[in-house]
Design a binder for this molecule. Structure first.
Ligand SMILES: Nc1nc2c(c(=O)[nH]1)N[C@H]1C(S)=C(S)[C@@H](COP(=O)(O)O)O[C@H]1N2
Ligand SMILES: [Mo]
Length: 439
């Protein structure tokens, strides 16, 4: 039998890097029984290791804390995070002239796993969060249909439901990436207009079959119940595919800021098409050409032509740790981890580089790997304490490869605003300072 390998500051001879800059085999996490020594070695009164000391010594080594000496707090009706986690927050940047127009960013750099807690889902509102009485809120489905129908929330709650675990990403996410100089910020406050939840509700196809839509219909116009009555056009094909009338978010009813009591969910499609506070679906044969699909959410290309109805969010990835604002604690062994997602389907591979893109190693993808969903990746890394440039590159099941920044800028020009999905680079300076670079 192989002995357990212990790695602290020096890599064992048997553990050879698989790419430049000290990247190690992703399977080391699983197969080699790798141990990270980050804790303090404990010795007892005699100076020997604790295992050999009498148990009376334990109290001296690990004295009881005050909270062990009295009864704990009572139950609560709705749980809240520990007060010690009070810095894990959405960062708000609202328009000072119209406080309901703006965004709040999800703190990607402080979260783990693949699900965004409901209170930390990013927000994008054009006109604030309406206070909706679910008893009075109705969904009207009409237009090119055999019979128009009006649904109360209680009606919808009686339909068969499905869950989809998927991300929603604003088309304007990461748009500081278009700046000619790299903007310095924590990952979430730069790239956090994206979040991932388990959404549960009624498949839209079920409702459309019930109203019997005209076979000549090609578009749906979705209208919201917020102050601007936002309107968005959606091709019938997507509506019949995987669109969901979402009522639940991570097991509980939607949060007001994410669309309570009803939102349209279009997995993998640009955030703006996921209409919150949904009140009306009009079946038609042409798009409505509203402000949010003409003046906004379109992109002027170097050729002078504009991209419109760029619905699908392309594959993207970023390293959440180590990342700017975090600290390195000396040369040695680290876990690199991050998120990857694609609006086209499943992530098939994430590659990581520690030498600025010269060489790449494949990261481990954490199960489950789901379509149009966050995929958490991890790879072990031995940092030698020198200058390193970390990058991650996502590849999805359609073969789409996340582009280098230069490639994206060449294709879309210097005045981009939406759909920034280029490879992100973090520079680790020799003393451990982490910054965003274009490399
Ligand atoms: N009714 C309504 N729906 C809306 C919006 C809005 O302002 N009003 N914003 C859209 C945009 S631009 C995005 S990115 C997503 C944001 O969803 P979230 O706030 O739940 O993260 O909702 C979309 N749906
Ligand atoms: Mo958005």
């Amino acid at each position: 039998m192989k002995k357990k390998q212990e790695i602290s500051s020096e890599p064992n001879n048997e553990i050879k890097p698989v790419a430049g800059g000290g990247l190690l085999d992703r399977r080391l996490f699983l197969k080699r029984g790798l141990t990270f020594i980050t804790a303090t070695t404990v010795t007892g009164a005699s100076g020997k290791l604790l295992a050999e000391e009498p148990s009376s010594d334990v109290e001296a080594i690990q004295p009881r804390q005050p909270w062990m000496l009295k009864p704990g707090k009572p139950f609560s009706n709705y749980g809240q995070p520990s007060p010690h986690e009070s810095d894990v927050i959405r960062w708000i940047s609202a328009n000072s002239m119209a406080s309901g127009n703006g965004v709040s960013w999800s703190p990607l750099h402080q979260l783990e796993g693949m699900i965004t807690p409901n209170g930390l889902h990013y927000e994008r509102h054009h006109n604030g969060v309406p206070e909706i009485d679910p008893e009075k809120h109705k969904l009207l489905v009409h237009g090119m249909v055999e019979k128009a129908l009006m649904f109360s929330i209680n009606d919808l709650l009686r339909y068969p439901m499905e869950s989809r675990i998927c991300f929603i990403e604003c088309g304007g996410n990461s748009n500081a990436g278009w700046n000619s100089r790299p903007v310095q910020s924590e990952v979430g406050y730069f790239h956090g207009l994206v979040s991932c939840s388990e959404w549960t509700g009624v498949p839209l196809s079920l409702i459309l079959k019930e109203v019997c839509i005209d076979p000549k219909a090609t578009w749906l116009i979705a209208e919201a119940a917020d102050g601007i009555a936002m309107e968005i056009s959606i091709p019938v094909e997507k509506a019949m595919d995987d669109a969901l009338l979402a009522l639940y978010q991570n097991g509980e009813r939607l949060r007001p800021e994410n669309g309570y009591p009803l939102r349209l969910l279009l997995p993998g499609w640009e955030g703006v098409t996921n209409v919150k506070w949904l009140r009306r679906l009009q079946v038609t044969d042409r798009p409505v050409m509203s402000r949010n699909e003409t003046a906004k959410y379109t992109e002027l290309l170097p050729s002078g032509k504009a991209r419109q109805f760029t619905f699908v969010m392309d594959a993207k990835s970023l390293i959440t740790s180590p990342s700017p604002g975090q600290e390195m604690h000396g040369p040695g062994f680290y876990q690199i981890t991050g998120l990857a997602w694609s609006g086209r389907g499943k992530i098939s591979k994430v590659e990581v580089s520690a030498d600025g893109g010269k060489t790449w190693a494949e990261a481990e993808l954490q199960e489950p790997v789901l379509s149009k969903c966050y995929t958490r990746f991890r790879i072990p890394w031995h940092w030698d304490g020198g200058l390193a440039i970390l990058k991650s590159r996502a590849i999805d099941e359609t073969g789409y490869v996340q582009p280098e920044r230069e490639v994206l800028v060449n294709e879309r020009g210097n005045h981009g605003y939406f759909h920034y999905n280029a490879i992100v680079s973090w520079e680790i300076a020799p003393e451990g300072y982490i910054s965003h670079v274009y490399a």
